[in-house]
Design a protein around this ligand. Structure first.
Ligand SMILES: Nc1ncnc2c1ncn2[C@@H]1O[C@H](COP(=O)(O)OP(=O)(O)OP(=O)(O)O)[C@@H](O)[C@H]1O
Ligand SMILES: O=P(O)(O)OC[C@H]1O[C@H](OP(=O)(O)OP(=O)(O)O)[C@H](O)[C@@H]1O
Ligand SMILES: [Mg+2]
Length: 288
């Protein structure tokens, strides 16, 4: 008798910087999400996937223990957790850098951190980074609002999440040393789990499809025979551009995917080599 496979269980951050982006990418991938923020479990009727809305810091622990099959967390949070979970896919939102910072003008470097009081919410991440350099500070573990710790006299330096740098600047701090980590939201699964439940591969394919649709646009244009090679070289597409003859003698219609952030420059370049009727459209979804 075939054994019945359990449905996929996915952990989704229930609050904080990851939660909106996680729900948005899952919706875009075609899964329904909880309708109100107090709900801790949601069943997607069509796929039978169960979504559990957990504290962001706990997600890697649940996935590492295998009590949920996959989760969305931050790369920094996964490392900090020490959980036995692996990154499957970068999801491109909640992008941040993890950096050292000290009072502006204090001229700090990493090797001056031996014995310094260093406040952070990510002690394991900092310790791993500095151990490789043979430096050991006195770590002060805080839960958040780390930027204020120096002013309040509890620490000499900090290591924290930086996005725009506004919080650091407002606290009179500046970054120093190498970036410790580039983080973003990631999809994780239990380390060394040989067989994943039904729905896992489809989830990864759907999420990849959303990332492609977010990153690329479709570009169409017309160009004559003499300029076709020059124009195609500007828009090589994923594998190669689609080229079709137009009813107008010696003219072709070309279609290729291009990076959204480069679209305006590419249109200018195409115009310069004689392409006309250049149109850009959004990709709503994709499987490549
Ligand atoms: N301002 C930000 N911009 C981009 N990403 C961020 C920002 N703040 C945090 N992150 C990222 O989001 C993830 C979760 O951070 P979040 O701030 O939600 O957790 P937390 O600090 O434990 O929770 P809370 O701030 O609610 O106490 C981490 O991977 C972090 O790098
Ligand atoms: O570089 P910025 O754009 O200023 O963003 C970075 C800040 O955002 C996060 O704070 P959060 O609001 O999560 O508070 P927390 O420090 O208490 O976690 C992070 O911890 C930094 O403090
Ligand atoms: Mg935070």
């Amino acid at each position: 008798m075939p054994t019945e496979r359990t449905p996929l269980r996915i952990a989704v951050p229930n609050k904080g910087a990851l939660s909106e982006g996680a729900a948005a990418i899952l919706r875009e991938a075609g899964y329904t999400q909880r309708s109100e923020t107090k709900q801790l479990v949601h069943l997607d009727g069509e796929t039978a996937i169960e979504f559990y809305y957990l504290r962001p810091k706990d997600i890697a622990t649940y996935v590492g223990e295998g009590t949920v099959d996959v989760g969305i967390t931050g790369r920094d949070m996964l490392i900090e957790s020490g959980a036995a979970a692996d990154e499957v896919l970068g999801l491109g939102f909640a992008r941040s850098r993890f950096r050292f910072a000290g009072p502006t003008g204090s001229d700090l470097t990493e090797d001056k951190l031996d014995g310094a009081r260093l406040a952070t919410s990510y002690p394991r991440l900092v310790e791993q980074h500095l151990a490789q350099r043979g430096v050991s500070p006195r770590l002060i573990h805080l839960d958040g609002a780390v930027e204020i710790a120096i002013r309040l006299g509890i620490a000499d330096v900090i290591a924290d999440v930086v996005e725009t740098g506004t919080t650091l600047r407002q606290a009179g701090l500046e970054m120093f040393g190498d970036p410790i980590l580039q983080s973003e939201a990631i999809l994780i699964k239990p380390a060394d789990r040989a067989e994943m439940p039904d729905g896992f591969e489809t989830l990864v394919r759907r999420l990849n499809g959303v990332l492609i649709a977010r990153t690329y646009v479709m570009m169409d244009y017309d160009v004559d025979q003499d300029h076709l090679d020059a124009a195609s070289a500007i828009t090589p597409g994923f594998e190669s551009p689609t080229i079709a003859p137009l009813s107008r003698e010696g003219w072709f219609a070309v279609r290729a995917m291009v990076e959204r952030r480069k679209a305006q420059q590419i249109m200018d370049d195409l115009w310069q080599v004689g392409a006309r009727a250049i149109l850009v459209t959004d990709i709503a979804a994709s499987r490549l």
